[in-house]
Design a protein around this ligand. Structure first.
Ligand SMILES: Nc1ncnc2c1ncn2[C@@H]1O[C@H](COP(=O)(O)OP(=O)(O)OP(=O)(O)O)[C@@H](O)[C@H]1O
Length: 282
């Protein structure tokens, strides 16, 4: 597999405040990698450096072997705040078409590309509406469609589902995995949500508290076909969720709950004795 993204020795400081410290990792073409880290650890700073929005203090970012220096043409970003990233005075189709103006495509090709992208996120038929006529989840789908329309080599997503309700979040997670598989996209998702990182990712990179550095790089041993109920109940999911929680938080209540769930599953799976829950229930 070839590397789509290569981050080497990345550091970023705001004045004397070190936000990102000596980060190195690669993402293979076609992979969906999740970066999970505690609040304020430097996730958005890392993502902005990768997107070329801010220059690293030192270190390099390479997108398919080209050093990132400014925002690359073939990179797209989906931000958390869809309401601020869509233009309210443009229709949905025109919002999706907008970044294609600089791609050398004819007007009709731009429109075709936008409608295809809207179709791929389950929004065919809403192209003539305005963003404010859609629900929050639909607006975030429009943002994803806009990012996909340019067929980026790398799609970066910064806490993309943090502003939608739980049910919509599940739908958008499944949409992201489906799009990645259908289009062979390379996607890097930054999140602070442990469960989301495990459910979405082919791989989870765990960041330390500020300044961000990588404490673990974990493959996700889940099937490619995932389901919000059965996958989240599976022993593999619960075990990995516990591992990530322990790495992230040490012994906070969240980590203890995740670790206890994982231990219960391990016990039940090994068949050594009844699970704690089963013992309690009997
Ligand atoms: N423009 C800036 N100027 C100065 N300091 C900044 C700037 N942007 C971020 N920081 C600081 O750098 C650190 C990392 O911030 P960053 O937003 O990258 O973290 P994060 O992990 O994305 O946070 P969150 O999970 O809360 O979104 C924080 O201490 C933050 O206060």
């Amino acid at each position: 597999m070839t590397n789509m993204l290569e981050v080497t020795g990345l550091n970023h400081s705001y004045g004397t405040h070190v936000a990102v410290s000596d980060l190195s990792f690669t993402v293979e073409a076609g992979q969906l990698a999740c970066i999970v880290g505690p609040s304020g650890c430097g996730k958005s700073t890392l993502l902005r450096c990768i997107a070329g929005l801010i220059p690293p203090t030192s270190g390099t970012v390479k997108l398919h072997d080209d050093k990132v220096n400014g925002v690359p043409d073939d990179l797209a970003v989906v931000f958390q705040d869809y309401s601020r990233s869509l233009f309210p005075w443009l229709t949905v189709a025109k919002n999706v078409e907008f970044p294609l103006r600089w791609g050398g495509l004819s007007k009709s090709d731009r429109r075709k590309r936008a409608l295809e992208a809207l179709d791929s996120v389950g929004l065919s038929g809403v192209g003539s509406k305005f963003p404010w006529q859609l629900s929050g989840g639909m607006q975030q789908r429009v943002s994803i469609a806009r990012a996909l329309a340019s067929r980026p080599a790398l799609l970066l997503m910064d806490e993309p589902f943090a502003s939608v309700d739980a049910q919509t979040r599940f739908e958008l997670e499944d949409l992201t995995r489906r799009v990645q598989r259908e289009q062979g996209s390379t996607i890097l998702v930054v999140t602070h949500d442990i469960d989301e990182s495990v459910y979405l990712g082919d791989r989870v990179l765990v960041l330390s508290k500020s300044p961000a550095s990588i404490v673990a790089d974990l493959p996700v041993p889940l099937p490619a076909d995932r389901d919000q109920i059965t996958t989240r109940e599976s022993a593999e999911f619960v075990s990995l969720r516990g591992e990530v929680a322990r790495l992230l938080h040490g012994s906070t209540p969240e980590a203890e709950t995740a670790a206890a769930d994982a231990a219960e599953w391990d016990l039940a799976e090994s068949g050594a004795e009844a699970s704690p829950k089963a013992r309690q229930d009997s």
